[in-house]
Design a protein around this ligand. Structure first.
Ligand SMILES: Nc1nc2c(c(=O)[nH]1)N[C@H]1C(S)=C(S)[C@@H](COP(=O)(O)O)O[C@H]1N2
Ligand SMILES: [Mo]
Length: 401
């Protein structure tokens, strides 16, 4: 089915960014009607023109045009919260991070200045909601109706989690590391957001307690003053406003581990399984599936018959991107796009395809990435009840004039 882009009310003019590229002002037409009706571009403190999908809890998508670049600016980086309460700057005044649990010998408490004093790591990594692109699944699946913008790529900096843990003396009985974040306001019935990681992922030097994002303090809504960064793994592990770490001999038993963000066992290849959280017929989402997005032109654009550039980014769980192909005819034929140099295994890899002259008329653009381990974006969505890991190529309709 070919759908026309809906132009969003007030901001419908095509604005020019500093780079001169088009800024997306459109709400994707393939989102469900209910989301169409309420979605709009909005500003929040420290943020500029994000696509509001739900206000309470705050879920705001990045606009698709930011994905022509490998690094997503802080003020355009998406926001995702499970619970309605959002911390204010004031709530973070007396922030500290406790490290404890039944598998450490020396529990302790760190202040922001302690984290600043520790040796730090830097990693360019994609944070992507496991529900990214849920809004495009047909038939629609319940949950936040994410567009392509439930993700971003930033330079994260802070001490490696393993260094933070070492200081507390991890014992040999350690099975998982549990994470807690901001306290929810009174009156919220949902249990607090609490997640865990298996020891091997927690002790990987690339898993960090980030205190900087793109060389600036974390924006409040992206987890100020410290958040967990788990390169290659879905965003739900990336605990914001991190306040408590417990190294534990047992599996964390919260609805957030046991019921949410789970997929049928064996449906998705996970680089690193999470055995202590496998239960019944499901496993937690972990590694990001190979994926790509076209950020230019935008859906509904008119493009010139003399040829135009198709640009976007591709990423995966950290194997690295080997190839991106682009189709101009809805997936009948494919051409190899040019890849920019890799910026690290967990980063976006930019691609570009310059078309030749084309006949006027409608065109349906798709991109399809293959990783260095041979994983390729599938033709059909691997259906699962939560609508996670949608990495099916998403069509962009343009008219050549
Ligand atoms: N404290 C807290 N941290 C959280 C969440 C949350 O609801 N509360 N949501 C998680 C999910 S599901 C995602 S996808 C990422 C989103 O990160 P962002 O809001 O910085 O884009 O944060 C994670 N960390
Ligand atoms: Mo998420």
């Amino acid at each position: 089915m070919r759908r026309r882009a809906v132009i969003a009310g007030a901001g419908s003019a095509m604005l020019a960014t500093q780079a001169g590229a088009a800024e997306s002002t459109r709400i994707p037409a393939d989102l469900p009607d209910g989301t169409q009706a309420i979605a709009e571009f909005a500003d929040l403190p420290g943020k500029r023109r994000l696509l509001r999908l739900t206000g309470r809890p705050p879920n705001y998508a990045s606009p698709i045009d930011v994905f022509t670049e490998a690094v997503t600016p802080n003020d355009r980086f998406y926001i995702r919260y499970h619970l309605p309460g959002v911390p204010s700057d004031g709530d973070m005044d007396n922030w500290s991070l406790s490290i404890g649990g039944d598998a450490v010998t020396h529990p302790n408490r760190l202040k922001l200045s302690d984290l600043l004093d520790m040796p730090s790591n830097e990693v360019l990594a994609v944070c992507q909601s496991a529900g990214n692109r849920r809004g495009f699944i047909d038939p629609h699946v319940a949950g936040v109706q994410w567009t392509d913008g439930g993700m971003g790529c930033a330079v994260w900096r802070g001490p490696a989690l393993r260094d933070v843990l070492k200081a507390a003396g991890v014992t040999s009985g350690a099975l998982e590391v549990w994470f807690g974040g901001n306290a929810e306001p009174p009156g919220v019935a949902t249990p607090p957001y609490r997640k865990s990681l298996p020891m091997d992922k927690a002790m990987d030097g690339d898993t960090i307690v980030a205190i900087a994002m793109n060389n600036a303090p974390l924006p409040l809504l992206n987890g100020y003053p410290a958040r967990l960064v788990v390169p290659g793994w879905a965003g739900d592990y990336w605990m914001k406003h991190l306040t408590a770490i417990e190294v534990s001999q047992s599996p964390l038993n919260t609805v957030w581990m046991r019921e949410v963000c789970r997929v049928p066992s064996g449906l998705f290849a996970a680089e690193r399984p999470f055995p202590s959280q496998a239960a019944g017929t499901t496993v937690p989402v972990t590694g990001l599936p190979v994926n790509s997005v076209i950020a230019e032109p935008l859906d509904g654009d008119e493009v010139t018959r003399y040829g135009f550039d198709i640009k976007g980014v591709a990423w995966d769980r950290g194997a690295g991107i080997n190839r991106v192909e682009v189709s101009l005819d809805g997936g009948r034929t494919w051409q190899d796009a040019l890849l920019d140099r890799p910026l690290g295994p967990y980063a976006y890899r930019r691609f570009i395809l310059q078309t030749g002259p084309l006949h006027p008329g409608p065109f349906r653009l798709l991109s399809r990435a293959t990783s260095l381990t041979g994983d390729k974006q599938p033709v059909r969505f691997k259906a699962n009840p939560g609508g996670y890991n949608n990495n099916v190529p998403h069509p962009i309709s343009v008219t050549v004039t």
